[in-house]
Design a protein around this ligand. Structure first.
Ligand SMILES: N[C@H](CCC[C@H](N)C(=O)O)C(=O)O
Length: 274
């Protein structure tokens, strides 16, 4: 017997996931389903699968699975999309929503616009991403015959941020997997290449652990902004421009928290049998 489940395809800055309300449609084997649905030709096509659940300690919970089925600790773009999902679908009427993740509770601040009648929809979300954990500021690393200097930052999940003179010279499909699986990172890592445009704006391309090249990465944008401050290349507020669009990241000096602001978009909904 197959059981139909409803799904929503959403993206944040082009980082696209399939969202399922696991409170209504419990998913038994999310790892396997993430691989199947993420496949571009034989599935729906996405960077992974996100389950929205209930929580004992927050308003909702999130589980995020990469396209290879591995589970991530945190996802910035998905946390904004969940803010839009739960508000637009009237699962909450709060504009301050707490979200339990595998790396702690995140606070979402929703910005809405009026639709017809009394209805509203979320256009933008700011997420309190908490405090980054900074590892080595200038790690020398060799991959594919090239030497890089990377900054190691955890935003709940691991990132290696590499500043380069010209991002157009980076062969990401070739170097991305080598750095993701480098022996220095036994748990693998997400990788960001970053070109400084000015003190407030950078261009970034990402190779995500478990999903490969994506249009954007929220935690990666936060890690980039933090690395920029540590390496004295950018200020406390940075516009991080990725292939799928920009995110605004602010690393608050007094609290040490990182705030990420950006859009969240619903693409389409559907039903599938699993
Ligand atoms: N795209 C996500 C991060 C997914 C991270 C995942 N690739 C991992 O850590 O394994 C974001 O917007 O933050």
């Amino acid at each position: 017997m197959t059981e139909p489940i409803r799904f929503t395809k959403m993206h944040g800055a082009g980082n696209d996931y399939i969202y399922v309300n696991a409170m209504a449609f419990p998913i038994r084997n999310p790892e396997k389903l993430a691989i199947r649905l993420s496949a571009p030709h034989t599935g729906i096509g996405s960077d992974g699968l996100v389950l929205i659940g209930s929580s004992k300690i927050a308003d909702f919970s999130m589980r995020i699975f990469n396209a290879d089925g591995s589970e991530a600790m945190m996802c910035g773009n998905a946390s904004r999309c969940i803010g839009k999902y739960v508000y637009d679908k009237r699962l909450t009427d709060k504009k301050n929503v707490t979200l339990e993740t595998r790396s702690g509770i995140k606070e979402l601040q929703l910005t809405t616009r009026k639709l017809s009648g009394s209805r509203e929809e979320v256009t933008e979300v700011t997420v309190d991403m908490g405090c980054p954990v900074v590892g080595e500021a200038a790690l020398e690393i060799e991959a594919g015959g090239y030497f890089y200097t990377g900054t190691v930052v955890s935003m709940g999940n691991p990132h290696l941020v590499i500043f380069v003179e010209d991002i157009a010279n980076i062969n990401l499909p070739a170097i991305g997997p080598l750095l993701e699986c480098h022996p220095l990172f036994p748990n693998r890592t997400n990788v960001e290449f970053v070109q400084i445009l000015n003190m407030d704006e950078v261009r970034m391309k990402v190779w995500e652990r478990g999903s490969g090249i994506t249009q954007a990465c929220g935690t990666g944008a936060c890690a980039t902004a933090v690395a920029g401050v540590i390496r004295r290349k950018t200020g406390r507020k940075t516009k991080v421009v990725m292939d799928g669009g920009p995110l605004t990241i602010r690393w608050d000096e007094s609290s040490g928290h990182v705030y990420m602001t950006g859009g969240a978009v619903k693409v389409f909904e559907g039903e599938l049998e699993i």
